[in-house]
Design a protein around this ligand. Structure first.
Ligand code: C5P
Length: 301
């Protein structure tokens, strides 16, 4: 097949940045540089930001759109945005065969910002995947993961965007148990939460890494394992953002809800349900009861 060069240059490319959910998150220790060592089972949801790229001759720039992008405003689309930082590091690593272009990146921010479900990290990871492809940069996978780590602790796991066990400060990714069919609800109360603030507020002992099976026969069995784990950041997040308690109680009160827990450093909380349909129904009820909350229900990716 021959491809018209003009077509390639004007094609808009798209990459999804799915929401990351920590089904449990243990703070297992602390590095000398202050970063916390974690053990977490990470999954990704069918909800996500969407990154579009239209190559062009003008210098590369970023526009923010979507429910949460417009709220951030133009200032958030500058060189400090993790998407632009990802583009800059990829440009430096691109091989001699690469066709590094300018143009416009449009980030549709459908997920609440600073909310414990990936956000900027997922966007940065999507930018690495998308521009590596669009520019034919041919940066190999180990290098991409190394670069991801320099952009943020959660960027490597978001680069993978599939169910995985995450350890170290986020850079050690190993196979996770096979997940059973289940549905997920995500709820955010609308208050942005600073990750360093939550880590600073954490007190108490470190928690050992979890003992996980190879797979679970159904979501009830998975939830039984998850209930023996915790999110070590949930209690400190409740002091930084008290509405998290109400969100957790309202998710837990939904029919068929098997587990209600916070993701990452918050404030987004999730509910596990036996089916996608049960999760969607719970999400509809929660959205109706709380118009100001961001609510999503559906399947894992
Ligand atoms: O790496 P990232 O910029 O996403 O992390 C934000 C902040 O969260 C860090 O500066 C650190 O204070 C805290 N953090 C941590 N341990 C981790 C990840 C993040 O202490 N594993």
């Amino acid at each position: 097949m021959t491809v018209d060069v003009l077509d390639v240059a004007t094609t808009t490319l798209t990459e999804i940045a799915p929401a990351k959910i920590n089904l449990y998150l243990h703070v297992t220790g602390r590095r000398p540089d202050g970063y916390h060592l974690l053990d977490s089972l990470v999954v990704f949801a069918g909800a996500g930001d969407v990154l579009h790229y239209e190559p062009g001759t003008e210098p590369l720039h970023l526009k923010l759109e979507g429910r949460f992008g417009r709220a951030l405003g133009a200032d958030a689309a500058g060189a400090d945005n993790l998407v632009m930082k990802a583009a800059a590091v990829l440009r430096d690593l691109a091989g001699p065969q690469a066709n590094v272009q300018g143009g416009c990146l449009v980030l549709e921010k459908n997920l609440p910002v600073a909310s414990g479900i990936g956000g900027g990290s997922a966007d940065a990871a999507a930018a690495l995947r998308l521009l590596n492809r669009a520019w034919n940069a041919q940066v190999d996978e180990p290098t991409l993961f190394r670069v991801a780590e320099t952009l943020g602790a959660d960027v490597p796991v978001c680069l993978l965007s599939q169910t995985v066990r995450m350890e170290g400060i986020g850079e050690t990714l190993t196979p996770a148990p096979r997940l059973p069919e289940c549905g997920l609800v995500l709820v955010n109360c609308g208050q942005a939460v600073s990750t360093p603030d939550v880590f600073r507020k954490r007190t108490g002992d470190f928690v050992p890494r979890a003992d996980l099976p190879q797979s679970w026969p159904n979501s009830a069995a998975m939830v039984a394992t998850l209930k023996a784990q915790e999110n070590s950041l949930e209690t400190p997040a409740c002091t930084v953002c008290p509405p998290v308690k109400k969100v957790l109680a309202d998710i837990a009160a939904q029919p068929d809800c098997q587990l209600a827990r916070m993701s990452g450093s918050g404030a987004t909380c999730f509910g596990v349900f036996p089916t996608v349909e049960a999760a969607r129904e719970a999400a509809d009820r929660l959205a109706e009861a709380h118009a100001a909350w961001w609510v999503w229900g559906g399947a894992l990716v």
